[in-house]
Design a protein. Structure first.
Length: 223
């Protein structure tokens, strides 16, 4: 049995990965979905002070409260920033990192720096409250505004994430505006990474939970 801790991407709460959670639990694994502060059912906690550090602490609190010491930590899209910070602060609790079409920052980098011009323009469309970014057009109806500061804050890291024994990168290649090609190109020939390529659009964890579970459980080989 494997323990998965799953963090959805920007504008999405745990609702977006519930089908994946059910799939993993149906295969005999434990799965803990996380909704980050300020989105989803925690939208009421949104404020100008919610930033990347807040979201890192959200996941650390799950690891600590649930006494998880061997997590497979999965971050989709923006949540790659989050799981990198968690791995830096609690490496002893994590056995594997999985970046699902996600940002992989180095020390001092922000999501805004790492993304492409298409998504920089999205991030800059700040709502009337002055501290949140409305969900982009075409996003699921349940998507909620996302805290701007979490996109802008540079991450602070030691070398701890590099010491996690297993790291996977899932590259979803079938969408035109992807900002994740540079990460795929960086990791595909790096023996420290297992790289998976799926001709799917970015919301694979929501709409293709069975295949996503295959990747997470090792039933879909790296390619």
């Amino acid at each position: 049995m494997t323990t998965f801790v799953l963090v959805p991407g920007g504008w999405h709460g745990a609702w977006a990965i519930q089908a994946l959670v059910r799939e993993l639990r149906g295969r005999g694994h434990e799965a803990f979905p996380v909704t980050l502060t300020g989105v989803g059912e925690r939208r009421h906690l949104a404020s100008a002070s919610v930033n990347l550090d807040t979201h890192i602490q959200d996941v650390l609190a799950v690891l600590e409260t649930e006494e998880i010491t061997d997590a497979v930590l999965v971050g989709h899209s923006y949540a790659g920033m989050v799981i990198t910070g968690v791995a830096d602060r609690a490496p002893s609790r994590i056995s594997r990192l999985v970046y699902s079409d996600a940002y992989v920052p180095a020390d001092g980098q922000s999501c805004f720096e790492l993304t492409n011009d298409v998504f920089r323009q999205v991030f800059l469309q700040v709502g009337a409250d002055g501290y949140s970014v409305p969900a982009p057009a075409g996003t699921a109806p349940r998507a909620t505004p996302h805290p701007l500061a979490s996109f802008m804050q540079p991450i602070r890291l030691t070398e701890a994430p590099d010491n996690i024994p297993a790291r996977d990168y899932l590259y979803l290649s079938d969408w035109a505006d992807t900002p994740f090609t540079p990460f795929y190109e960086r990791f595909r020939d790096d023996p420290a990474w297992r790289v998976h390529v799926v001709a799917a659009q970015h919301n694979m964890p929501t709409v293709m939970p069975e295949l996503m579970a295959d990747v997470l459980t090792g039933e879909a080989p790296a390619r």
